[in-house]
Every structure is written in structure tokens, then in C-alpha cells.
Ligand binder design. Structure first.
Ligand SMILES: [Zn+2]
Length: 245
């Protein structure tokens, strides 16, 4: 019997989780903030690892388990160019959350199976989002970080208010962002495969995410992401008619 996660795969998972955690921390702290308050920056990595690192890796593992359920071989592979690009972009305040992904090897996999495998990741992020919302209500944790203070109340829905970080609210927002990012209908993101399978399920799922975001995070998210997804949808309809092969 082979193990579920091989040694090389485990190493790639650990590196990817640490990289996405670091990138996200830089996005919010800013490189100057990180350098000005190095001790606080190191402490800041922990809540991000717990809320967003977990969201990233459990999302990938959900793909893997459902793929294995459908009889495919599935393995997480780090994407070194994506990982480096992610870290470079983070310095400019942009998170490009793609340090790697689960690759699926199967003799034959139907559109439907591929769609369900793809939907499993963002669905897991919704579960985490709900867990974090419950934790925020019943066991809130608030920490202060000097480099978050300049954001003022711009990211209140993300749990950042004048330097104070509400860890679980932040985690909920991060998981919503991960789900929305992955539902972008552009290959190789999950959204392209879900749309290829069934555009109504894609639309319904994105709508669910936007409603959750409006109610639980902040209404502004819906407007900005709604417009962006609509634009990407139109672009993908023009350029990729056939769907991913
Ligand atoms: Zn995914």
C-alpha cells in the first residue's frame, strides 16, 4: 500500500504553504512595514498560517481526495515560477495565490467528475469560512500590529481596524478570497473546469460566495469581485470557446 502523501509531495506542500503565508503577510504589512517591525512581522505569520495557510492546503487536499475517490492519481506539485512570481508581486501589494496545485492523472475522467473535483476546493474554503465566523463570534482573538495601523478602517471586513487584527474574521475573509480567486473562469483555475462542466453550477456557486461575502465580510467585496468576475467571464467567452482540453 502506498502512502496518501509522498515525501517529496509533503516537502512541496510545506514550502508552498510557507510561501503563500509569507506573501500574504507582505501584502498586508508592506515590505517597509515588515522591515520596520521585524519581530511583529514574524508573529504576524502565525495567524496567517493558521487561517490562510490552512485554507490553501485543505483546498488542495479536497481536490486530491475527491480525485482519488474517482479513481484518479492525484499529487500536489509546487510551481516554482508561480511561487517566485507570487513573492515578487506581494512586494507590490498584490497576492497571486498560485504557488502550486494538485495535478490529476487519470485514464479517463468525465467533465462532470472533473467539475466536482474542481468544486471540492472552493467548497472546503466555504466550510473554513463558516468555522472562522463561528470562532469570531464565540472565541474572538484580537492582536495589534503596528504595520497594519496605516490601513485605518479600509479593511474592516477583513478584521483589520486601526492596527488591530481580529484573527478569525481575517481568516473568514481570506477563505472567501481564496474561493473567489479559484472560481475565476480562466484555465487552469478551478472556475474554468466548473464552468466547462456546467455554467449554471458555476454561476450559482459564485453567487453563493458573493452573498456570503456581502453578509459576513463586507458588501464592497461583492461589487469589486462581481465586476471583475463578470469582465473575466466575458473575456473567457471570447477567447476560450472550447474550454480546457
Ligand atoms: Zn483549487
Amino acid at each position: 500500500m502506498h502512502t496518501l502523501i509522498g515525501k517529496s509531495e509533503a516537502i512541496q506542500i510545506v514550502i508552498s504553504v510557507l510561501a503563500i503565508t509569507l506573501a500574504m503577510a507582505i501584502v498586508f504589512a508592506g515590505l517597509d512595514g515588515a522591515l520596520a517591525y521585524p519581530k511583529e512581522f514574524v508573529l504576524f505569520l502565525l495567524p496567517i498560517l493558521v487561517t490562510m495557510g490552512s485554507g490553501f492546503i485543505l483546498h488542495e487536499m479536497a481536490h486530491k481526495l475527491v480525485a482519488i475517490y474517482y479513481g484518479a492519481r492525484a499529487q500536489f506539485q509546487m510551481w516554482i515560477q508561480g511561487l517566485v512570481f507570487m513573492l515578487v508581486m506581494s512586494v507590490f501589494g498584490i497576492l497571486f495565490a498560485a504557488p502550486g496545485a494538485v495535478y490529476i492523472y487519470a485514464e479517463k475522467i468525465t467533465k462532470r467528475e472533473n467539475g466536482i473535483i474542481s468544486l471540492a476546493g472552493p467548497t472546503l474554503n466555504i466550510f473554513l469560512l463558516l468555522i472562522f465566523i463561528v470562532l469570531q463570534k464565540f472565541a474572538p482573538i484580537t492582536q495589534y500590529y503596528s504595520f497594519l495601523a496605516p490601513w485605518g478602517n479600509d479593511f474592516q471586513g477583513f478584521g483589520i481596524l486601526y492596527g488591530a487584527l481580529s484573527v478569525w474574521q481575517f481568516g473568514a475573509a481570506m477563505n472567501l478570497m481564496l474561493a473567489l480567486f479559484n472560481m475565476i473562469p480562466a484555465f487552469p483555475l478551478d472556475g474554468s473546469k466548473v464552468m466547462w462542466w456546467n455554467k449554471w453550477i458555476w454561476g450559482g456557486f459564485v453567487l453563493l460566495l458573493l452573498i456570503l461575502g456581502a453578509v459576513l465580510i463586507q458588501p464592497g467585496i461583492v461589487i469589486s469581485w462581481g465586476i471583475m468576475l463578470l469582465l473575466l467571464l466575458i473575456i473567457s467567452r471570447i477567447f476560450f470557446r472550447g474550454g480546457p482540453k
